[in-house]
Each structure stands twice: as C-alpha cells, then as structure tokens.
Design a protein around this ligand. Sequence first.
Ligand code: NAD
Length: 253
Amino acid sequence: MSQRVLITAGASGIGRAMAEGFTAAGARVWVADSDAAALETCPEAWRKTTLDVRDEAGVAALFAEARRDWGGLDTVCANAGIAGPTAPVEEVALKDWRACLAVNLDGAFLTAKHAAPLLKAERRGAMVLTSSTAGQYGYPNRAPYAAAKWAVIGLMKTLAMELGPHGIRVNAICPGAVEGPRMEGVLAREAVAKGMTRDQVYGGYASGTAMGRFVEARDIAEMAVFLASDAARLVSGQVIAVDGFTVNPDPKL
Ligand code: NAD
C-alpha cells in the first residue's frame, strides 16, 4: 500500500495500532495527538504533530502542512475520542457533556472538514471515522458518549454522500470494548457506579458479545487498513462493528 495516511489520536491506543497496521502495510504514516510525551515514544519513521482536534486553527494548519510537505493525503482516520462521564443523566454536568462532544464530534467534524479538500484534490481516497458500539445502541450512564458516537455515524453517512462523487469513500468503525488502559478506566468507574467489582463489570461486557471477549486494538487497526485499501473500493457509507457481535449492550448482572 503506497499511501499517505494521517491518523488523529495516533500516539496511543487504537490510533497507534492503526499507525502500526498502516506501517506494516507499507503506508507512510502521520500521527497527530494532543499528548506530546506519547508522540515522543512513537517510531522515528512516523511524522508527528502535537494537535488538539478541538482546535480548528491547529487542524487547518496540520492539513496545510500535509499538503505542503507530502503533496496531499490518501487516507485520513478521524479517531480521537474521550470516554466522557459515567453517570445517570440527571448527574451529568453540562460542561462534561460539552467536553465529551467537543472531542468526539467537533473533533471528527473539524478533521473531516479540513481533510476533504486534500482528498478532493486527489479525486480519490478514504476517511475512516472511529465511532463505537455506543453509536449503535443505548448505553446506560454514558449519555454524552453515546450521543456523540451516534452523531459521528450521521456525519459519516453525510460525508459519504457528499464526497462519493469525488471518488472518496467514508466509513465508520464501531469498536466494542477494547483491552487496554482506557477501558480499565471505564470499568473502574462503572464498578463504583454499579457497586460491583471490576471483574464483574468486565464479565458483563464480555458476556454481552457472541464471541465472549473484549477486542484488541489491532482488530480495529486491521479493519481500518482494509477500509483504506483498494479491496474496499466500493465500500462506503458503512457502519462496521468490530466487537465480536454485541448481542446485549447492557447485560444485567
Ligand atoms: P485512548 O484513551 O487510549 O486515547 C488515544 C489517544 O487520544 C491518546 O494518545 C490521547 O492523547 C489522544 N487524545 C485525547 N484527546 C485528544 C484530543 N482532543 N486531540 C487529539 N488527541 C487526543 O483512546 P482509544 O481507546 O485508543 O480510543 C480511540 C477511539 O476509539 C476513540 O474515538 C474512542 O472513543 C473509540 N473507542 C474506543 C473503545 C475502547 O474500548 N477503547 C471502544 C469504542 C470506541
């Protein structure tokens, strides 16, 4: 794959796994992330930019730089997102609601807005938006996150229609619960909210899937590489869950 790929939130977690997956597939990789220290730990070969996806001027500058230094991009992964609060809706502060939407939704919008002209100039390309199974079901106690991830799917469907005539495909991946530090934080908060142990909450999530397990970041990365590839040349406007098949999003324990 001789592609130029830019990934937001690419310094750790799913974004980093995507960057590794694209690198293994032969692509040139550019990671943008708000955590400068995490970027430092990324491989030499990757181009790196410290970026907060909520900052429109920063996002615009990043894509201007990609146009100037790389002559454009072939694939853009709008992956940045934060978990937001875990609380019953009446306890969610407006500032926490807005903070969750700002990264998950405004960030995806700004990334797509400033990526679109570069991909249009190529008359081809792909965008991959990271939504969540929380964008396919309701998730009790996660109102801001679920609302943001459903909205990401609406954004993706619209972009797929707008950009399709320009040869650009746009899809959303919905990861299920991914093994790693972020999910450990969610498990810890839910354990407190539900008066359970971490292992009970983990078991609940896992048993809610047909495959009975959490997914790994590389499972998501491999789907992103596929969606960016010519093998997916007529795949657009799709919501693709990589979750081991969620059969019960809220298993009562
Ligand atoms: P993570 O918490 O591991 O964070 C990944 C990176 O995001 C970090 O390096 C962090 O610095 C960066 N980041 C955070 N806010 C940012 C901002 N404003 N601008 C730029 N970078 C920022 O997250 P993850 O688990 O890798 O999740 C990646 C995406 O996958 C998110 O959109 C998330 O909502 C989604 N997702 C994750 C899971 C899961 O279980 N981990 C499940 C479904 C969906």
